[in-house]
Design a protein around this ligand. Structure first.
Ligand code: DC
Length: 224
């Protein structure tokens, strides 16, 4: 039986990096589904489209935005019309665009189908917002990874500082809260914890402790 792990949670909870480490330890693939919505956001902006115009975004998606993923040495590459956009999708602007376009039902439907197709083929750990609720409702293990707003904003600030970005803490905290609001209050499959997801609050845990906590949960489920 393939192992499927669904990991959801709000922005800045460290899902992607934690998921990468957990998947590596378990020797399974990690699919970062946020990257796919980011690629669509970037694709729309590249073409001068308006991310807040649902019709425009959906028309572009159907006509010319082809999102796919490939793996190189176990690492995910996100492709837009065959072009590797893995780096370009990591900006704050791409995150905001992803959050906007991910509200549209047609965008979600297309991405969910792609994600389910990838999961059919192998053991996988997927991280996102709707994995435990929609994409993999029968996942072997579901994790809801979160941390307090302040901790998430502090982590984001530290990442930005490393890149020489001096955005003030208050601004980052506001952005974190605005994104939470948008992701949790959209009409189509908003972010929420699946009833059977196990809550992991990483506010007081180090990176390694969080990875270990998740590995322990996976092991306990496997042993059942
Ligand atoms: O995890 P992330 O920050 O890369 O995700 C970017 C945006 O994409 C996020 O604000 C909401 C959206 N998203 C989603 O709606 N469903 C997912 N499964 C993953 C991301």
């Amino acid at each position: 039986m393939p192992l499927t792990i669904a990991m959801d949670g709000p922005v800045g909870a460290g899902k992607s990096t934690i998921a990468d480490a957990v998947a590596q330890r378990l020797n399974i693939l990690h699919l970062d589904t946020g990257a796919m919505y980011r690629a669509i956001g970037v694709g729309v902006m590249d073409r001068g489209g308006n991310i807040y115009n649902e019709e425009e975004v959906c028309a572009l998606l159907e006509k010319e935005l082809r999102v796919s993923v490939a793996y190189e040495n176990g690492c995910q590459k996100t492709l837009l019309c065959g072009e590797d956009v893995s780096r370009r999708i990591r900006t704050q602007e791409a995150g905001t665009a992803a959050s906007a376009v991910s509200r549209y039902a047609r965008v979600r439907k297309a991405m969910v189908a792609l994600q389910q197709d990838i999961a059919k083929k192998q053991s996988i750990l997927m991280d996102g917002r709707d994995i435990g609720t929609v994409v993999l409702p029968n996942a072997t293990v579901k994790i809801y990874l979160t941390a307090s707003d302040e901790v998430r904003a502090t982590r984001r600030m530290n990442q930005l500082r490393e890149k020489g970005d001096e955005t003030p803490f208050e601004t980052i905290l506001e952005e974190v809260r605005a994104r939470d609001y948008q992701d949790m209050n959209r009409e189509v499959t908003p972010l929420r914890r699946a009833d059977d997801a196990i809550l992991v609050d990483s506010s007081l845990l180090t990176f390694d402790e969080t990875v270990q906590a998740i590995l322990d949960i996976v092991e306990a489920h496997h042993a059942e």
